[in-house]
Design a protein around this ligand. Structure first.
Ligand SMILES: Cc1ncc(COP(=O)(O)O)c(C=O)c1O
Length: 230
């Protein structure tokens, strides 16, 4: 029989839930409902699960669990990374470099900062959507504090030369952020191999429920955290 529904092919938009993910999550929507921050019995299993999840994400990215901050998704991770570094380093410089093909969750944050006294350079891309690393480096200035270049593009899948850009940025003491929402789960993503200081993850692109993401923050990276407390 022909299905009355259109065929779903937009896995870069979002993925359905993997049954293994549902099975892992279900106990915590049911009997294991405790607050992981609670010191009593009901908090123990949820806390262990959060720690295990943090370790799994860290293993996936090749970093330490303490370098993972859970977020609500790619948008929050990008906002936290760029806004947090801008606030932490504004005394040192107010220039940020990014590319013309970033997701709005990067470009809009940068534009918002530009409206608050930061300077923004948006480097154009070629006909395949790829940015030239040398062209990005040519935009660096003594007051550049951050460069944000996505790993894989969400519209056309182009892979950006993040590793090359990171080498050039680090020579100048510039922090490097990459939005890996579209690459994680499809190609290897390792923070040391890429040489990045911050990396954004969106769970719902890799079979997790909506509303889950992560931000990798390399140890000792100057960043103002959005959330304090529990
Ligand atoms: C490259 C990229 N960055 C960020 C996002 C935003 O992620 P989220 O939907 O988890 O907020 C998306 C989602 O479309 C994306 O493709």
């Amino acid at each position: 029989m022909i299905s009355p529904l259109p065929v779903y092919l937009d896995y870069n938009g979002t993925t359905p839930h993997d049954p293994a993910v549902l099975a892992a999550v279900r106990p915590f929507l049911d009997a294991e409902f405790g607050n992981p921050s609670s010191s009593h019995w009901y908090g123990i299993a949820p806390k262990q699960a959060v720690n295990r999840a943090r370790r799994q994400v860290a293993d996936l990215l090749g970093c330490q669990p303490a370098e993972i901050v859970f977020t609500s998704g790619g948008t929050e991770s990008n906002n936290h990374a760029i806004g947090g570094v801008a606030r932490a380093l504004e005394h040192r410089g107010r220039h940020i470099v990014t590319t013309a093909v970033e997701h709005p969750a990067v470009l809009e944050v940068c534009r918002d900062l530009a409206g608050r006294g930061f300077d923004l350079t948006v480097v154009p891309v070629d006909g395949t959507g790829r940015v030239d690393a040398a062209r990005v480096a040519a935009a660096f200035r003594p007051d550049t504090i951050l460069v944000s270049v996505m790993h894989a593009n969400n519209e056309v899948g182009t892979l950006q030369p993040v590793k090359e850009i990171a080498v050039l940025a680090r020579q100048k003491g510039i922090l490097v952020h990459t939005d890996a929402a579209q690459s994680l789960g499809k190609i290897p993503v390792n923070v040391d191999d890429l040489g990045v200081d911050l990396l954004s993850v969106a769970g719902h692109k890799i079979y997790a429920p909506k509303g889950i993401g992560a931000l990798y923050i390399r140890a000792d990276t100057p960043i103002v955290r959005f959330c304090h407390g529990a």
